[in-house]
Design a protein around this ligand. Sequence first.
Ligand code: C5P
Length: 309
Amino acid sequence: MTSAPLVPGPVTARVPAKVNLELLVGPLRPDGYHALSTVYQAVSLYDDVTVAEDEQWGVSVSGALAGGVPTGEDNLALRAARLAAERFDGTPVHVSIRKGIPVAGGMAGGSADAAATLVALDQLWNLGLDREELETAAAELGSDVPFLVAGGTAMGSGRGELLAPVLARGTYHWVLALAEGGLSTPAVYAECDRLRHGVPVPEPVATPALMAALRTGDPHELAPQLVNDLQDAAVSLRPDLGDVLSSGMEYGALGGVVSGSGPTVAFLVENNEAGIDLAVALTASGVVRDVRRASGPVHGAHVIHQRVD
Ligand code: C5P
């Protein structure tokens, strides 16, 4: 009796979005990046990324938020797959992305897909990569990608890719106000430079008060510590975000901050019920296109399914 050769079945990895609890932007470096000190938190909005052996390289995107994701060679998940194949001797795969993370929203959706692709390929190709090997490959793909592999709450330095653990207690509840259209990350950094032109910019250093707040697990302590040096730039490019921020605070948020380079605004609320109330109020107000509720911290990219063929 002959049996068909075993083909590894498609592997699906789930990956969260991130918010930056603190994003301090230092001087522009000679390599075109800015020195950062940031504290990331992974939150429960997810993309699912499936990798499957195929005759040629390809990527497809589905889900209500799929619009605007590039499906060519500039797709970051496809770039992640090609990089992994080069480095670990892999063969072509098709990458299917199911989007639940807003696109170009400042929540690292593209970086998340790259992180999930690496984690899924690790399993598909049986590579047995350790965390350090995964994070090194991730850093080549983007500043946020290592964090999306790691998840939880972590401090990022360098250009955001050098991670250190942060002790965070409790679960935090977020309402995310999604905006019409996206913002280009390089454009927001460039606007930040323009607004600060002529002003001396110190090397960024994480704020001890934020770390202390995270150790309490109390959202009332964390709320006043939320800060984003890119916020003025994002609001300068999208003045409507100023109204979103003030509406959220008026409707009961404990704190609010533009997420990463925006335009998503992250509001911290006391608990799940407060999140429902704020989501309803923001939707009814008409100042936001759409809202999502999420909580964090959650795990980074992880395999949820492998089909056995
Ligand atoms: O690392 P990533 O590819 O996600 O960065 C996208 C762009 O954001 C960079 O090309 C750069 O313009 C800007 N950026 C920056 N400083 C950082 C991270 C990103 O200027 N630390």
